[in-house]
Design a protein around this ligand. Structure first.
Ligand SMILES: Cc1cc2nc3c(=O)[nH]c(=O)nc-3n(C[C@H](O)[C@H](O)[C@H](O)COP(=O)(O)OP(=O)(O)OC[C@H]3O[C@@H](n4cnc5c(N)ncnc54)[C@H](O)[C@@H]3O)c2cc1C
Length: 418
């Protein structure tokens, strides 16, 4: 019988795959529980026969991917260390290319056989252990009742829509959708569509539906990264997109904006207002309570470890940053912690530090400060993981990509970098 520690990884998206590879490479055994029939997480399509109204709930929708989705980060920061994208992959790969890449990576790293597809993780139970080392039972549907020495939750921060608080939204007589369920532009043929939110999803969706829709109003939600109304011509010439202020109220099929403007006869409102972290699976961690406070899971030591039971961790909860890179640094630290190669501070100190992160995250912090915190956190993870911190070249690439996107908002994925 094997005496290797066995770790449960929840989710076979990029985070789960990268964590699992690191665990296996370090002689820890792994079972990956994935609720869907495929790997790839947010990048794996889930086709929908009908687009639901978000007001009816979207609990059965697991992926925000749409067929034409492409990365908005360059591939250099979406790469698994030591596993490059195939030759000829464009700088901003398509959803399909990313999915194929993740599948190749999973095969190459012998992860496929570790994935229990169609297994929904529903909770965790602490098991009394006479041997002195704590064990946990991962509760899944269907249930295997297996015991684990540690659990890594890689179930993502991109599945529960964050809905804005707009007066009269529940009585709006048009349809209300969320970007989570956006799939193809043909669904908006001859429709007057309002898109709320100007983050990457709002920008991609409004441009894609423009040739099909009668009219596209993009309303700059205050929660979006760029909520200011841009100059004339931002969306290029010869299209039907116009940019407007935030939506203050819905009346019938009319949207009343913050500046008093009225958008009339709106058939569909697509909320591109992002995602939130809610309790769901997290509250079912019996004996190890954590909660979803919209922005993150809390409290988490280093935004990663359960402060009391550090053999439980939650990945990807940094609010800013480059997800693929973050997962790999987190993987290094999780493995070293599970193998006892690093000593974390005592429980009380971890609890205190975790509360501080929680307070800081929920407070009002500028984007620049958040970015600085994210960079400092990567460096700290690198130190603890005993790996090189991200190079200056990587930060420069991320910065160049952001400048490039602002300079060529309509075509940045296909225009070569200056
Ligand atoms: C529209 C959009 C565009 C994006 N563009 C980029 C980009 O260009 N570059 C970039 O780096 N990032 C981008 N992101 C962020 C992207 O989500 C991350 O790149 C990455 O997919 C996050 O990986 P993850 O494994 O944490 O989560 P996911 O990819 O969401 O995977 C989570 C997995 O966990 C599974 N799961 C969830 N709950 C359970 C459960 N209870 N039991 C079992 N399994 C469960 C899910 O089915 C899923 O397979 C984008 C996100 C969105 C929404």
């Amino acid at each position: 019988m094997s005496h290797r520690k066995k770790i449960a990884v929840i989710g076979a998206g990029p985070a789960g795959l990268m964590i699992a590879r690191e665990l296996l490479a370090n002689d820890l055994d792994v079972a990956i529980f994935e609720r869907r029939e495929c790997l790839g997480g947010s990048w794996a399509l889930q086709s929908l026969t009908e687009i639901p109204d978000v007001r009816q709930g979207l609990s059965h929708i697991y992926s925000p991917a749409f067929p034409s989705l492409r990365a908005n980060f360059p591939k250099q920061v979406m790469e698994v260390w030591g596993f490059p994208y195939p030759k000829g992959t464009p700088t901003y790969p398509s959803r399909e290319q990313i999915c194929n890449y993740l599948e190749d990576f999973a095969r190459h790293s012998s992860l496929i056989e570790k994935i229990r597809f169609n297994h929904q993780f529903v909770g965790l139970e602490q098991i009394d252990s006479s041997s002195g080392s704590r064990k946990w039972r991962a509760l899944t549907e269907p249930d295997n009742g297996e015991e684990f020495s540690g659990v890594v939750l890689c179930n993502s921060r991109y599945s529960t829509p964050s809905l804005p608080d707009i007066k009269g939204l529940s009585d709006f007589t048009g349809k209300v959708e969320h970007s989570l369920t956006y799939r193809v532009p043909e669904n908006y043929r001859n429709q007057r569509v309002a898109v709320m939110g100007t983050g990457p999803s709002g920008e991609d969706i409004s441009r894609e539906i423009s040739p099909q829709a009668t009219k596209v109003y993009v309303c700059a939600h205050k929660g979006s990264r760029e909520h200011l109304v841009p100059e004339e011509g931002y969306y290029g010439e010869g299209n039907n997109i116009t940019r407007h202020k935030d939506i203050a109220e819905c009346r019938g099929k009319t949207l009343i904006l913050e500046d008093g403007e009225k958008l009339e006869d709106v058939d569909v409102l697509i909320l591109c207002t992002g995602y939130q972290v809610e309790d769901s699976v997290i509250t079912s961690l019996k004996g190890a309570f954590l909660s979803g406070n919209k922005l993150s899971v809390a409290p988490l030591y280093m935004n990663l470890f359960h402060p009391e039971f550090p053999e439980l961790s939650v990945t990807g909860m940094e609010i800013l940053g480059v997800p693929f890179m973050l997962f790999q640094y987190q993987a290094k630290v999780i493995v070293r912690q599970l193998k006892g190669e690093i000593t974390l501070p005592p429980t009380k100190q971890r609890q205190y530090a975790a509360r501080r992160i929680e307070l800081m995250q929920t407070g009002k912090i500028s984007l620049e400060t958040r970015r600085d915190i994210a960079i400092a956190q990567l460096r700290r993870l690198a130190r603890l993981g005993d790996v090189k911190p991200p190079s200056a070249e990587i930060f420069l690439t991320a910065q160049k990509s952001s400048i490039h996107r602002k300079k060529y908002p309509n075509t940045y994925r296909d225009v070569p970098w200056d």
